[in-house]
Write a protein that binds this ligand. Sequence first.
Ligand code: FRU
Length: 502
Amino acid sequence: MTAATATTAETFRPALHYAARNTWLNDPNGLIFHEGVYHLYYQNNPLGSVWGNMSWGHATSPDLLTWTEHPVAISCDEDEDIFSGSIVYDRDNTSGFGTASAAPLVAIYTSAFKPGSAHEGIQAQSLAYSLDGGYTWTKHRANPVLSRGSAEFRDPKVIRYDGGAGSYWVMVAVEAKDFQVVLYKSHDLKDWQPLSSFGPANATGGVWECPDLFPLPVNGDPENLKWVLTVNLNPGGPNNGSAGQYFVGHFDGTTFTSATTITEGLQDPDRLGEYQWLDWGRDYYAAVSFSDAPDNRRLMIAWMNNWEYANEIPTSPWRSPMSLVREVSLQSMDGSWRLVQQAAGDLAPRAEQTPSFSLARVEISDGQHLLDGAAGSVQRIELTVTPGTAEECGLIVRGDGAQGTRIGIRPSEGLIVIDRRESGQTDFHESFASIDTAPIRTTDGSYELTIYVDRCSVEVFAQGGQVTLTELIFPAATSAEVSLYAIGGTAIINSLSVTQYA
Ligand code: FRU
């Protein structure tokens, strides 16, 4: 192998994203901020680097950027795999799992019962509790606590509802193959009563998984709250495979009523581009939000992978990173609402120089223009571009002259594009090499992009965070060039700044 193509086991280990030390992970689970610490649990195979032996792995962070891995929190056993779910802080000990001195953290997870177990073939909801702040867990003796006799009932997200209808726990989970979010209510986390169901609606191209439900102020106005229901689906995303969609509406303590449903029942495949997507890229799945985040912030994180090729991505011995943690807010737009997302952790302490490269107001011509001094493999790039005569213009990151990942705009089509066909290793799966797009608008005549580049990913926040695209890439460690490009004409780069991270 030449230096340019040499990869070691750690070539792709992200600098700004969480990945397990030497095992497989998928969905984020049990996200909670508790006693000053962010807890990230996740679907984990403690014994390997492909999906299996599903248990909850565990990591903590003080700042949403640096993570410490801990021993497995909740393990599979001979009867059950531990599928996705959530954690609540049961401060009033409604569950009775607490002691006089400690209120419990309670995990609500899906028991995926194994062949030969008493509930073989069923997915049902179960509990575990922790009295030491989330580090060690005890399974409830009377699991499961909620069964519908279904093989596809999973991914409970429990929230505390405090509103006009009272104060109680609400669970949102899915009947995955029915494209339904099912809602339940409880006073003690053990006894659950059905409330309502939502769906099918909008995108129904695969199974529905990993829902979430939370209120957000519109344009920051606490007097004007809307409820957001998110639901992930696989496959059937706007650029194929796994993705997440959201609905904005009202929750009265019993029923979620969507004000943004475009199609009811099974999806209209021609309208996929009109549905509201949490992220338009190929690698942002099972997104879910933290409980009890400080200052009422709504913080979300997703698994940065896609079930189409998840088990084959070329990282070893670990497999799959998480996305950056994102703060989401809600803005009104054209008589509807849009989620707005931005990276949540404070990256400033990680910056080597601020910014390390910048330029302003240059016109670029047809072709590729290498930026001397901008190279790097862990960086944040801010770009504002005004279209000229070019049919496409933007940036190439993680480049080496021959290869690179293209992130650009096609003004006449109103599209943002990520082209990862030449992004490094792509041949581990036939569907990985792709050109992916999302609809995008100008702001005051220009397009604004913020791009986080890491060792195996790009995350793009466009249109002020209303449009995001997240994708894995596997370039050689030495592919670090940044270039501007235009195809078929000119474009004006109003501003560009590149910040390098250690
Ligand atoms: C989503 C998912 C969930 C399930 C978990 C199993 O990626 O399929 O529905 O709980 O992964 O690992």
